[in-house]
Write a protein of this length. Structure first.
Length: 548
């Protein structure tokens, strides 16, 4: 029997009890099955007032042939992406020096205009700019002619490095054609930024597309990611949208019960940035609890194979260049926006390793950071196995990625993009998520003026670190809420939306991202948290009780 869950599919899908329920993708739901934000979200209710107020009781839903929720949300995303490009536009301005145009970053304009991006200066690095340069093969000298001189290679994971190289060659080709008058001319580094931005925008649209399909009944929750202030500020700050596309698409493939494809996409995401590989841990733990480890192991093996296919050729041909990413991350001290640096600044503490000479490895800091992350992962794993109802995959993925960011010695500003799709799936509370996104995005302003330096009328470090503390506190609060909703699943808005379906409760899914795990009975549960949830069963727990 087919178990297709493609958009628009209405073919029955078997449930554990032998019943069949219609596929529940957002574009095949009847009005009674939809979650209308203007009825469930106070913020949406207020925003709807200038446009006629809440959705009417007798409104026809899902009849619009073109402006479907997916297209509307993608349209919102395109508007925010365009605004984000304009936000970075001041850093693309050039001036004439008499010897040709030069990038106008004079007087630290990249900080005062807050338009800084890592992408534009990347083109000038030695592994991209020469015509015969190739990432991981071509080296260049950092701080040449000084005691701090160091041989450097491409510092990004392989897939992101190759992405940069392809865009650099495309920028060179554009510049060549512009020399013949066939295309508009421009500084090559600016051309490189715009070509990269085009593909990063496409990657973010893939992220939104996958998120819409994962949101199902709560399809409008995906609009939070589409209009996120974090996207406005950071989608073109670095190359992380590439990884969010692979990671979110991997979750969608798992939800569609395609474990091998899910593993391949997650593995490719891990070859672009590390964080999608963190999804495999929650997936394995949930599969263990449900007795479905075979499907999860297929995803893990597929992810490993995909990662190896991308990495092994570079490792074999250019081992020194391939190791640069790991070497650099090993030698980096605590970044300005890490909790370790916050502690050092406000307490006067010298850090775990004390003062380090240039290039020295903070061995103790690395060990502590890794140990804290592993302890957090063990805690998440225990919670997954001991919770009264099996947690949703997105909840655990959010907790693991947030734990990594909080315990890691580096939290680059664009890393917050990793949390956006996961937060929308894990905590669909509009006002709370938008508050966090605004706070996190606002950290960019004190960061830029801290980098400007007090000698240039910038901000002292304490102002920036104060903003970092507020951001981290918001992320911790989100984690606490996720844990509360795991322990008390009746408080989970996703569970409530699935349970309150009248007489069709047995056909309700218990996790939109669950894939093979969705609706299955538990096979292995640890004692502990389960007894906390027995006192006050709510609609979510009652509806799911028959499934265990």
């Amino acid at each position: 029997m087919s178990t297709s869950n493609e958009p628009g599919s209405t073919e029955p899908t078997p449930t554990p009890g032998g019943r069949a329920s219609s596929a529940v993708d957002s574009d095949s739901l009847d009005p009674a099955d939809r979650v209308a934000p203007t009825w469930t979200e106070p913020m949406a209710q207020k925003l709807s007032r200038p446009f006629g107020g809440r959705l009417g009781r007798h409104a026809q839903v899902g009849r619009q042939w073109f402006w479907t929720p997916l297209r509307v949300i993608l349209f919102f995303a395109v508007l925010v992406l365009a605004a984000s490009w304009l936000f970075k536009a001041p850093c693309q301005v050039t001036y004439d020096t008499g010897n040709g145009p030069q990038l106008d970053w004079r007087n630290s304009k990249q900080y005062t205009a807050m338009c800084y991006t890592d992408i534009i200066p990347r083109y000038g690095m030695g592994d991209l700019a020469p015509d015969d340069a190739f990432p991981y093969k071509t080296a260049w000298l950092e701080n040449a002619g000084t005691p701090q001189e160091k041989v450097r290679y491409m510092e990004y994971p392989v897939l992101t490095g190759l992405f940069q190289w392809v865009n650099a060659r495309a920028a060179d080709g554009w510049a060549t054609l512009a020399g013949f008058g066939w295309l508009p001319a421009g500084l090559t580094s600016v051309l490189y930024f715009n070509i990269s931005a085009f593909w990063l925008a496409a990657a973010w649209l893939v992220t939104i597309w996958a998120l819409v399909l994962l949101s199902r009944r709560r399809v409008w929750d995906a609009a939070l990611a589409a209009v996120s202030p974090l996207v406005f500020v950071h989608v073109f700050t670095n190359f992380d949208a590439l990884a969010t596309a692979f990671g979110t698409a991997g979750l969608l493939a798992w939800a569609r019960r395609r474990p091998v494809l899910a593993g391949v996409l997650i593995g490719l995401g891990g070859a672009a940035k590390l964080y999608p590989l963190f999804f495999l841990g929650p997936l394995l733990v949930l599969a263990w609890r449900a007795g479905k480890t075979a499907d999860a192991l297929r995803s893990v093996l597929a992810a490993a194979l995909a990662w190896l296919v991308v990495n092994v050729p570079v490792l074999v041909l250019y081992p020194e260049g391939w190791r640069e990413f790991f070497r650099l991350n090993n030698e980096r001290p605590a970044d300005p926006d890490s909790l370790y640096n916050v502690l050092m600044y406000f307490t006067g503490w010298a850090g775990f390793d004390g003062p380090l000479r240039d290039g020295a490895t903070p061995t103790v800091l690395n060990a502590v950071s890794l140990a804290l992350f592993l302890v957090a992962c063990l805690g998440v794993g225990w919670l997954a196995l001991a919770a009264p109802t099996r947690p949703r995959l997105a909840q655990l993925c959010f907790l693991v990625v947030a734990a990594f960011l909080l315990t890691n010695k580096v939290w680059s500003p664009q890393y917050s993009l990793w949390l956006v799709p996961l937060a929308v799936l894990a905590i669909p509370r509009w006002r709370l998520l938008l508050t966090w996104m605004i706070v996190d995005a606002a950290v960019w302003a004190p960061r830029m003026y801290y980098y400007l330096g007090t000698g240039n009328k910038g901000l002292p470090e304490g102002w920036f670190l104060g903003a970092v503390v507020i951001r981290d506190a918001m992320v911790v609060a989100l984690c606490v809420l996720v844990v509360q909703e795991i322990v008390r699943p009746e408080r989970d808005k996703i569970r409530a939306a699935l349970a309150m379906r009248g007489g069709r409760e047995p056909g309700a899914i218990d996790d939109p991202c669950g894939g093979f795990l969705d609706g299955t009975r538990d096979r292995f549960v640890l004692p502990g948290v389960a007894r906390w949830g027995k006192d006050r069963p709510g609609p979510g727990t009652r509806a799911l009780a028959s499934r265990r």
